[in-house]
Structures are given as structure tokens and as C-alpha cells.
Ligand binder design. Structure first.
Ligand code: ADP
Ligand code: 6PG
Length: 158
């Protein structure tokens, strides 16, 4: 997509990383400043001339997504889209278990499913992508859906 990329993991404070390394799920309070910071970083990139920005993070609850959704309040021409990457728990546990050199143990995937609020039908800014397939399949599907969403937006604007 040739856009700058903000990886949410890199913005967790040390206390959050320590908790997650110990297999302790974060609380809403632990996530609040982190989500705000991700939004601020994204808005900053756009304000400094970027056409857009990709942020990856686990916005598991609707109220977390709402933190990101207020971005246009700070920078009026910003349009927010979410891409909801979903797969069955077993698939994600296996992938996280096989991942090397990351602080998050696979055991935490379960608690994340426990609090996950899958986007509702009324969250019309969400594009859903099933990530059970290969990386190539996921990439193609995601890019096709993003292109469609952008096209639909241009039609609405014209
Ligand atoms: N479609 C896929 N097929 C196989 N492995 C995948 C796929 N997507 C991601 N992975 C692997 O799963 C692990 C978790 O993916 P990652 O991108 O780190 O997820 P997140 O940052 O959302 O936790 C990584 O080791 C990644 O290489
Ligand atoms: O809100 C949270 O509980 C964390 O953000 C968590 O969801 C995130 O998954 C970890 O930072 C692990 O990093 P990965 O997203 O790379 O697995």
C-alpha cells in the first residue's frame, strides 16, 4: 500500500510488556493511554503530509475502536477504516505458539478471545478478512477489499 506503518506492539509501555510476558492479560486502564498514543501517532503522520497510515493493533473491544474513531475530531479530513483479521482460536494459538522471539505467550490468546467484541454490523467502517488461509491469500483478499472500500468512498464523495 506504500503507506507508513505503525506497529502497535512497539508503543506498549514497559509495564504492559512485563505483564504480557508474564502471561497476565492487560486491563482497560493498561490499554487506554496506549490506544490514545497510537491514534495520536497516526494523526501526526497524516498532519505531516502522509496520504494515509496503517496501524496494527488489537482493538478487541468496541470502546477501544472508538478511541481510534475520534481521529477525525483532531484532523478533520481523516477517514478511519478498520480491517478485522479473524480466524478460529486454534489457528491463532498455533501461529502464536510457533512465533519466535516475541514476549506474548500463546496462552494469552485465550483471554483475548474471551474479551473480543467482534465488530457489529453497525460498525460500517470495518472490513472483515478471514486470515485462516496462506499469507498470499490473506494479502490478496485484504487488498481487494481495501480497494473496494476506497472506491466506494470516492463515489460517495463525488
Ligand atoms: N496467513 C498466515 N499463515 C501462516 N502464518 C501466519 C499467517 N499470518 C500470520 N502468520 C504468523 O503468525 C504469527 C502471528 O502473526 P503476527 O503478524 O505477529 O500477528 P499479530 O501481530 O496480530 O499478533 C507470526 O509468526 C506470523 O508469521
Ligand atoms: O491489548 C493487548 O492485550 C495487547 O496489545 C495484545 O493484544 C497484543 O497482541 C500484544 O501486544 C502481543 O502482540 P501481537 O499483537 O504481535 O501478538
Amino acid at each position: 500500500m506504500s503507506l507508513p506503518y505503525i506497529e502497535g506492539d512497539e508503543f506498549h509501555p514497559e509495564a504492559n510488556v512485563k505483564k504480557m510476558s508474564e502471561g497476565i492479560p492487560l486491563t482497560d486502564a493498561d490499554r487506554w493511554d496506549w490506544l490514545t498514543q497510537l491514534r495520536e501517532e497516526a494523526v501526526k503522520r497524516i498532519a505531516s503530509g502522509s496520504q494515509g497510515v496503517v496501524v496494527t493493533c488489537s482493538a478487541l473491544k468496541r470502546k477501544y475502536r472508538d478511541v481510534i474513531r475520534v481521529a477525525p475530531y483532531y484532523s478533520h479530513d481523516v477517514l478511519v477504516h478498520f480491517i478485522y483479521l479473524h480466524a478460529r482460536e486454534e489457528v491463532l494459538v498455533a501461529r502464536v505458539g510457533a512465533r519466535k522471539g516475541h514476549y506474548m505467550p500463546a496462552s494469552m490468546v485465550h483471554s483475548q478471545f474471551g474479551i473480543l467484541e467482534a465488530p457489529g454490523k453497525d460498525e460500517t467502517d470495518v472490513i472483515s478478512v478471514d486470515v485462516s488461509g496462506t499469507l498470499e491469500e490473506v494479502e490478496q483478499d485484504a487488498l481487494a477489499k481495501i480497494r473496494d472500500a476506497v472506491k466506494a468512498e470516492l463515489v460517495m464523495d463525488s
